[in-house]
Each structure stands twice: as structure tokens, then as C-alpha cells.
Design a protein around this ligand. Sequence first.
Ligand code: ADP
Ligand code: MG
Length: 569
Amino acid sequence: ETVDETQDLTDGFSLVIDAMKLNGIDTIYGVPGIPITDLGRLAQAAGIRVLSFRHEQNAGYAAAIAGFLTKKPGVCLTVSAPGFLNGLTALAHATTNCFPMILVSGSSEREIVDLQQGDYEEMDQLAIAKPLCKAAYRVLHAQDIGIGLARAIRAAVSGRPGGVYLDLPAKLFAQVINADVGAKSLVKVVDAAPAQFPGPAAVKRALDVLKAAKRPLIILGKGAAYAQADDAIKALVEKSGVPFLPMSMAKGLLSDMHPQCAGAARSTVLKDSDVVMLIGARLNWLLSHGKGRTWGDAPKKFIHVDIEPREMDSNVEIAAPVVGDIGSCVEALLDGMGGSWPKAPADWTGTVTAKRDENIAKMAPRFMNNKSPMDYHGALGALRTIIKERPDTILVNEGANTLDLARGAIDMYKPRKRLDVGTWGVMGVGMGSAIAAAVETGHPVLAVEGDSAFGFCGMEIETICRYKLPVCVVVFNNDGIYRGDGVNTGGGSDPATTAFVKGARYDKMAEAFGGVGVNATTPDDLRRAVNEALDSGKPTLINAVIDPAAGAESGRIGNLNPQSKLRKK
Ligand code: ADP
Ligand code: MG
């Protein structure tokens, strides 16, 4: 393309920004630096909200959760090589979790990279990203920026959502072309995630299996929460009368208080059900692969509602695959049920309800204790009341014991209010998730963090303070990983591998950046401080002092630690 210098000109920087704005991308999470510093500045000047983080991984986690919350790709912008690699962890996480995200990284000169001649931050980023995401693209010419971004958006949100890498070499930003040529090259993506309808035979097959069930169960996963088909899903659950079990990020899709919620009867329903309808949940490790002790001996039939055909039969036989987007599938199932549909058998629903109520009653007193130092239940008792009183608050949760115990303790009342470690059970997603949740929804955020999990992302407390976000971080500080009372059995003065500084004061970190810091040693202290933070909307970090002896090894997943027979405990 020859450039007519007498006409209006545009450049790569402007075209990237114009293409994003044309497609409704209004927020970028990233870390500035060569070669994308000016891109961030210019995007901000053009009205895009650009949030600068302290580490790319956290910016990437923010983009990933923005994708989950909005069904639009969350965008993370990084520098080349090391910044790119930091962001890549989050891109792989997004892909694993089926969240739409685009990682945009600057890169160095192709000519030099390909001949491995040693450029500034040289790395073949496209090749490295490819196996770790859903799709990866590179744009070499300014007039291809529009089509490049369009491809990235479609790949991220259509079908099973996931992470997309978009490689933008430094030279691209400086390329100049005629403005009219540039404007014509932009693409506004129409119907980025087209509806995918299940076939009528698949719907009928699924309903036949459901109708014949004596002990049916519906499992709702984070794909169902993502789909934003809340009303249809509620209608399906209520019309069928089937007990439902929410996976952790689907908690609140229907309220945990719903009479059909079987969350507190998990073991019973997994073991004793005879038909299980999975909606946007995979039979992966989080559901014990659909077999083994957790699932009991009773023969089971699975109905699986998912957009990804290859998910069917991935672990066990699926009697009735229903492939399509969840909104369309659930609507089709509702239609197929017609005017009258037999409710799930009362002896089964009665058994489930009785078990649930029994378990809830058993736990209740533990949440009432006011011990100091706190145990997990005492501290969580305070927080569960707060979420009950403030159901619009977004709860971010990570850690080992802090995660496992909070998941059960804190009831959720509304969809997409619980954000946690997702499919990988990864630590360090908390601050990125909290920032994106505040930015994307405008609701207050309560981040309940293990002290170890917080350590992976804690510097972003500065980001939270800088942008004055309504985020209250509670660090469950038990002086270590899993427990704070580990000993170094090798002797010497080094602490145990799982121990941190004793009596650390994380609250001072918030104070260092102009936020509010509180040291809480009792559930009453904690309740007061969190309520104050949520009322004021001021960035707050509460150091919740937890008994170092209170936790269990690896929380609830200690069974995943490899056990050598030479080292029986
Ligand atoms: P959980 O961990 O909560 O069980 P998973 O991440 O295992 O949830 O499963 C989510 C599933 O939802 C994935 O298999 C994904 O393909 C599916 N999914 C995501 N979005 C949609 C959608 N809009 N329609 C249908 N299925 C979807
Ligand atoms: Mg800890």
C-alpha cells in the first residue's frame, strides 16, 4: 500500500485503539513498558479505561475474570518476552476455565527474532503462546489490524470461550497508512458468539432420561453462570423439581437458600442420584471424574449440556449429550417439557432436604464462636452474615483452608458473585479478580484470601489504592501455608518450608499506599471492620489473625498429595 502524504494519515497505534473501540472494548488491564507504553497512553486519551498493574500475571487474571463477568473478551496488554510470559500464565488459566480473554503483547522485530540475532526482549512469542491458548495471531501490516482483532474477538467468545493471543510487533505501531484506507480496514464483529441450538432429537433423548429418573440431580457449573441464562435455568430447575448442586463459581446462580439447593447434601446427592444433568460443568477432578467412591455404586445416567461436543464422554459415558449454548439448550429443554411435567419423586427430594437441613444445623454453632485467635469457622461466621446482609457484594476467595471452608460457609444469593481459583485451583488470582470485579460491575468487593495466596498478588494492593476501588481484602493470616505451626525437621535456624514470618501485619501494606489497614483478632473486630470498609468503599486490608494450628494440610484436597509407601505418616 503506498501512502499519499498529502492526505490524512493514521498509524498502527490509532488503528489498534479504533478497532477496540469499534468493538466495544472499553477497558484494558496491563503493565506499561516498551513497546506498548504509548499504546496505553493513547488508549487512555481516547477514552478507554486503562488500568496499570504491578505485575502482568495479575493484570491477566483481571482480564480473565472480566471475560467471565461480561461475556466480552477481557483484554490484557503486556510488553514483550518477560511481560508476555507473565501474562501467558493468566491466558492459559483463562483457556482452562473457558473464559474469553485476549492477551495483546508487543514483540520485537520478526526479522531479528527469526534469525535469532539477539533483539531487545527477543522471543518467538507466537510459537510459545500457541499451545497454551485457544488461538494465536500476529499482525504484520497496519491494514490487517482490524481483521486481526476481529479474529481474536471471535475466537475468544464463540463456541467454548477461551484465551487468544494477539502478537503486535513494535514496528506495527509506527506504520503509517492513509486514514481513509485505515478506516475501511476496521471490522465491527457481528454476532461474535452465535447461538448454537441443540437438535430436537438430543433434547427429546435428554428429557426421556430425566423423566425416567427416580433420584435426579442437576449440577450447575461456572459455564452456566457465564451463560447469563439465569431466568431460564431457574425455570428449568423449578419446573423439574430436581435438587441442584452448584459448583463453586455457580453458587448464587440460584440462591443457596433455594428450597431445591442440595449444596449442603453434596455427598448424598452425588452418591445416591440415578440421573445427573450437568449444565456447564465438566466431569473433571473437581467432580472426581464422574466415578469412584464419591459417586457410589448405584448405576448412573448422565445428561450433559455443554457447548463443546468433545466434552461428551470425556470421563464417563454420557447417555444424553445436549450440545449447544446453555441459553438455547435450556430454552429447548423447557419447551420440550411442555405444560405439565412430573416433579422429581417426593421421597428423593424429601431425603435430600432432610440431609441438607441436618448438615446445616450441625455446622451452625461453629460459626457463632468468638474465639481469639480466631479459627476459620469463627472468622467465616462473621463474613457469612455480611454477605447475607449485602448480597450484591462480590466475593473473591482463594487459599487452601480459606478457600475450602469459605466455599461451604458463605452462602451466595445472586449469580456471578463468587469468584475463585477455578479449574486449576491456582493461587494468586485474588487481587486481579477483585480489581476486575470492582471495575466491571461497580459493586463492592470482599476478597477473602489465605496469607499464602495473597502473597502471590499482594503488591496489587497499591493498584487498588491508586484507583480507589471499593475492595476490602481480608487476609486470613495463620502464619503459613496450610498451617503456620510447621517445624523444620532438619534442625538449624531456617523456618519450616511452609511457615511465614510469625505475627506479620499485612494491614500495614494498605496504610503504606493511603488505604485503610485494620488488625482484627476476634470475629467481632472482623465484622466491624468489614462493614465499615463496605460502607465507606475505601480500599481496606484487614489482617485477620487466625490460629496457626487451625488449618489442615492442603485444605480439603490433601488426598492429592503423592504418598510414598516409604513415608507413611
Ligand atoms: P465448573 O468448574 O464450575 O464445574 P467447568 O469449567 O468445569 O465448570 O465447566 C464449564 C463448562 O461450561 C465447559 O465445559 C464449557 O465448555 C461450558 N460452557 C461455557 N460457556 C458456555 C455456554 N455459553 N454454553 C454452553 N456451555 C458453555
Ligand atoms: Mg495460611
